[in-house]
Design a protein around this ligand. Structure first.
Ligand code: SF4
Length: 490
């Protein structure tokens, strides 16, 4: 008799690759493809409802005076169907792992503690895969990694492979999983694995997972075509450590890839992950030519302290990062038909690296302040506290020493960045009266609806009106919060 297999997507977030709704990551698709489509796809939200025996009513899921239940929002089946699948499954494959945890507007990924608790009563054989299976997971920056509990999982399976051509049938078959997902997701596309640097940054888990290899344009385009046939129209080239170094930064290969996907007429076509050291004008112009407006090239600047840069063997010096930001501004600032600039840089700052001091925080602040003075646009500044994952150089050399030493400084410093950099930056990019078109209503909080464009690091707009979720609206900017906008419908 055929095995009854269930994949439970608990969502993933890695330095290279996002699989938290509204994104659909590569891991569950590859697992589904490797099983030749003979599996049922569920989410952690389905499992939560099954375990809690929650009676679903719309007022419980989206209470009129409180927040939308984002932990239950991304269900794929009726509770009855999910119950039937989970109770009768003889194999459950869990996809999980947060290695760059963030805050999510409309989903709540699960940590291993929660997953283990919910899975315990189920009789099926349990397999853990995804980033958590390699070096663990952590939902909050600044804390130690959670490692898989072998008592719960019968097998822990890392996904490593040597050859993209050999894996292609799994990638293309994986596209069929979309038949089981009703909500339209942004599909994270894999263009490569590993890191192009011989010896990686002290904190990063990517070089531990796999040697560098790139996926040829024809393979990626074939997968995107299959995904398109299954109804997908929103794509992001996000599963790689740096899109600017794609196939040794070859403009020909990059253009072949971008033009091939563009020919499939996606409604959203964005990128993620750019190493500032590889940003050039020629490649940026290609992105601007082919991507849809509102994309962000998120860059791991990590620090603007030259000493921290040196000690942690980081990918880009402060000068390099500034130069990359200037290039992307030069090419990508013009506004597109959805009201968003074509392509802007994003900056990631990492706290808790080796050598960090009070001066580091001051240098970071000054560098960001200078960008503001120079009239450079930065779409968003992401501040994270590092998770020292076992196997990384940071873990061996410093662990959480600098986090513990400097933690008392972080909150006031972050607030200063939000008030003195983010706020005036938002006022510059989205002045009062600016119009944004085609925003998707995603969640409520009482009488306020939160909307954003589907895509890479979209700006969140709060509208003081309870709008129907899942629909698109046009808004006019009426005000600025520290990291979001307020608006009214037009
Ligand atoms: S450049 Fe650094 S942060 Fe980027 S993938 Fe390589 S090791 Fe990781």
């Amino acid at each position: 008799m055929a095995r009854k297999r269930v994949i439970i997507d608990c969502y993933t977030d890695e330095p290279a690759g996002l699989g938290v709704p509204p994104f659909l990551g590569t891991h569950p698709r590859i697992v589904f493809g490797e099983l030749k489509g003979k599996a049922e796809y569920l989410t952690i939200d389905d499992l939560r409802i099954f375990s809690a025996q929650i009676k679903l009513t719309s007022s419980k899921l989206d209470p009129p005076t409180a927040k939308t239940r984002i932990d239950l929002l991304n269900r794929t089946r009726s509770p009855e169907k999910a119950k039937q699948l989970l109770s009768s499954a003889d194999q459950i494959i869990v996809v999980a792992g947060l290695q760059t945890p963030g805050k999510y507007l409309s989903a709540q990924p699960a940590g291993l503690k929660e997953i283990s608790k919910l899975l315990k009563p189920l009789k099926a054989t349990k397999i853990l895969t995804g980033p958590a299976a390699s070096i663990g997971t952590q939902q909050m920056g600044g804390f130690a990694a959670e490692l898989p509990d072998r008592g719960i999982f019968d097998h822990i399976r890392e996904y490593k492979f040597a050859d993209y051509r050999e894996m292609q049938p799994a990638f293309t078959k994986g596209a069929d999983v979309l038949k089981q997902i009703t909500a339209e997701r942004i599909i994270e596309i894999e263009t490569g694995r590993g890191c192009s640097r011989q010896s990686g940054c002290s904190f990063c888990t990517e070089p531990l997972k796999q040697q560098l290899c790139w996926r040829e344009p024809d393979l990626i385009i074939e997968e995107v075509k299959k995904l398109t046939q299954n109804g997908a129209a929103r794509f992001r080239l996000g599963k790689q450590s740096c899109i600017y170094s794609y196939m040794k930064s070859s403009p020909e290969k990059l253009e072949q890839l971008l033009s091939g996907i563009k020919a499939l007429e996606p409604s959203v076509f964005h990128i993620d992950n750019a190493n500032p050291a590889f940003v050039t004008k020629e490649l940026t112009e290609l992105f601007v030519k082919y991507l849809t407006p509102g994309s962000t090239a998120a860059m791991g600047a990590e620090t603007f302290d030259p000493e921290v840069y040196r000690l942690n063997n980081l990918n880009s010096s402060p000068e390099n990062t500034l130069q990359a930001i200037e290039i992307i501004n030069e090419c990508g600032r013009s506004y597109g038909d959805n009201g968003m600039p074509a392509l802007l840089p994003g900056i990631n700052i990492l706290l808790g690296l080796e050598g960090e001091s009070e001066r580091t925080l001051e240098l970071n602040f000054q560098a960001l302040k200078d960008m503001l003075k120079k009239d450079l646009f930065v779409r968003r500044i992401n501040i994270r506290q590092v998770v020292p994952f076992p196997g990384t150089r940071l873990y061996e050399v410093a662990g959480d020493r600098y986090l513990r030493k400097n933690k008392h400084l972080y909150s006031a410093w972050s607030r200063k960045i939000r008030e003195e950099i983010d706020l005036p930056m938002l006022e510059k990019i989205f002045p009062e009266g600016h119009r944004l078109y085609g925003l998707l209503a995603e969640t409520h909080e009482g009488n306020v609806t939160f909307l954003r464009h589907p895509g890479s690091y979209p700006i969140i707009v709060g509208v003081r009106q309870r709008l129907e979720l899942g629909r698109f609206y046009d808004v006019k900017v009426t005000g600025h919060m520290l990291r979001s906008l307020t608006g009214e419908l037009i």
